[in-house]
Design a binder for this molecule. Structure first.
Ligand code: SF4
Length: 97
């Protein structure tokens, strides 16, 4: 078969649900395997971080971070609206609903 298939990241939704630390990531692709919504594809360059190809499909469940064998190689990058929290007036305590 001589035809090639290309994968292109989705330009209208350039979100970054996770951030890779290229210095720490070994390119093992464990995060690619466990992602429930298949937002990643392996990097064609061996040893490099996977490519986020469908960022809009991320559920922010964090299985990629939980299963990464290298601490700090991948971190969640929650959207701004998901970072909001409440603060109790009387105690100053921050909490989630
Ligand atoms: S599981 Fe961690 S080390 Fe492996 S490719 Fe993903 S971010 Fe890199």
């Amino acid at each position: 078969m001589s035809e090639k298939a290309y994968a292109m990241p989705n330009p209208p939704t350039p979100g970054r649900p996770v951030i890779f630390n290229a210095d720490l990531c070994t390119g093992c692709n464990r995060c690619v395997e466990v992602c429930m919504t298949d937002i990643f594809i392996p990097n064609p360059e061996k040893g490099k971080p996977p490519i986020i190809i469908y960022p809009e499909e991320c559920w922010y469940g964090g299985v990629c971070v939980d299963h990464c064998p290298v601490e700090g190689a991948i971190t969640m990058n929650h959207p701004l609206m998901q970072r909001a929290h409440f603060k109790r007036k009387d105690t100053g305590e921050h909490f989630w609903v």
